[in-house]
Write a protein that binds this ligand. Structure first.
Ligand SMILES: Nc1nc2c(c(=O)[nH]1)N[C@H]1C(S)=C(S)[C@@H](COP(=O)(O)O)O[C@H]1N2
Ligand SMILES: [Mo]
Length: 367
């Protein structure tokens, strides 16, 4: 008799669900990476406005779901992991090594991702690069492992079911119990995470520490004080510098306010998993670009008052720069921007990661 959860068919099913969650995680992770570091062939549209919100939500939620699945899977194959002799043959050694790589890289991805959504960075490597690179290792070794195991899984599925008399009531209950506990853990983990991005689940989003805080009812990732822009952002001498084919122009806040103002309801969708809709108003980026003679398909860079760093500037691709919903926002919910949300002026564009919605703008340049 096998212990609950240790039947090959259970391990096989868990493996299949792990492959599904890791597959979703990899695809949505590649999308997020592509938007932030676009290779030449990559195109990300500006509509639908909530698409990135959904893909990044799926990224975080599928990663969270994979944690209890991986734990259950390790439990279900635990005796095999500690089998003796450790090495039986060369193929066996290779299989074990690939398994070691798979378990290590998969655990690393899930763990670093988990810390990341809790906005906790207890390491000193640059998270996106390492998470991206190890992602390839995890998915590569997962594919290899699946290829080796598919025949085993097939066989387990095709095995005749034991007659009920042999199964015994205790055994049946414990196997169901094992799968039940796994499903319950996955459900709980998903529920408490989904609240970071699904409004009616927000109250139970225990991981989304930041998704409930923030001025003007919107979370804040980096405050004006933390970015060191409290004084420069409130300076009455502030001007927005706009560089285009026709030269450089500068605009004061009242001058920006004298442009036609537009309002757009757009989400901030943070790569860390939280997202929230808000009502923004300000000047259309396309209108300002026209004022400096930029072509309709201009690509631009927006830069912050914040000192150089990974978040102090971002590139706005032509589709986004031309989109009428892309604003140099001056207001949030009808009020002037709070310093923490980018006063006096921030970028807000449809279907873009939060990390590229640059705050405290100082310069817009046509590339
Ligand atoms: N200059 C600057 N802009 C920035 C950031 C930053 O650190 N510096 N953080 C970005 C990130 S990661 C997010 S999710 C959004 C959050 O916007 P909010 O604080 O107004 O909600 O701002 C973005 N803009
Ligand atoms: Mo973010």
């Amino acid at each position: 008799m096998t212990r609950a959860g240790r039947e090959p068919v259970t391990a096989g099913h868990l493996g299949m669900w792990l492959a599904v969650t890791f597959g979703l995680c990899m695809i949505t992770g590649l999308i997020s990476h592509g938007i932030q570091h676009p290779p030449g062939w990559f195109h990300w549209p500006s509509r639908p406005v909530n698409l990135y919100r959904v893909t990044q939500g799926v990224h975080v939620i599928s990663g969270i779901a994979a944690i209890p699945l991986l734990a259950a899977k390790l439990w279900s194959v635990a005796p095999k992991l500690f089998e003796r002799p450790v090495v039986r043959s060369l193929p066996h050694l290779l299989e074990r090594l690939s398994l070691l790589v798979l378990v290590t890289s998969a655990s690393f991805e899930l763990l670093t991702g988990l810390f990341n959504i809790a906005q906790n960075y207890p390491w000193n490597f640059y998270f996106p690069q390492v998470h991206f690179a190890v992602g390839w290792i995890a998915v590569g070794s997962l594919l290899l492992h699946a290829a080796v195991k598919i025949p085993v899984f097939r066989r387990a599925l095709g095995e005749p079911r034991e007659p009920a008399a042999q199964r015994g009531p205790g055994r049946l209950v414990s196997r169901r119990g094992f799968l039940g506990v796994t499903a319950l853990s996955v459900g709980t983990a998903v529920t408490v995470t989904a609240g970071m991005t699904v409004p009616w689940l927000r109250e139970v989003a225990v991981l989304g520490t930041r998704s409930r805080l923030g001025a003007q009812g919107l979370p804040v990732n980096r405050t004006a004080a933390a970015a060191g822009v409290l004084d420069s952002a409130q300076d009455t001498g502030w001007r927005l510098e706009v560089r285009g084919p026709r030269g450089v122009r500068t605009f004061s806040l009242p001058e920006l306010e004298s442009f036609t103002q537009f309002t757009a309801e757009l989400p901030i969708a943070c790569v860390e998993g939280w997202s929230q809709q808000a009502v923004w108003s300000g000047v259309r980026l396309a209108d300002v670009l026209r004022a400096v003679g930029a072509p309709a398909d201009a690509q631009v860079r927006v830069s912050s008052l914040e000192a150089a760093g990974p978040y102090s500037s971002s590139v706005v691709a032509p589709t986004h720069a031309a989109d009428p919903l892309t604003l140099l926002a001056l207001r949030l919910g009808g009020e002037p921007l709070h310093p923490d949300h980018g006063f006096p002026c921030r970028l807000i564009a449809p279907n873009r990661p939060g990390v590229m919605q640059t705050k405290w703008l100082r310069r817009v340049e046509v590339l």
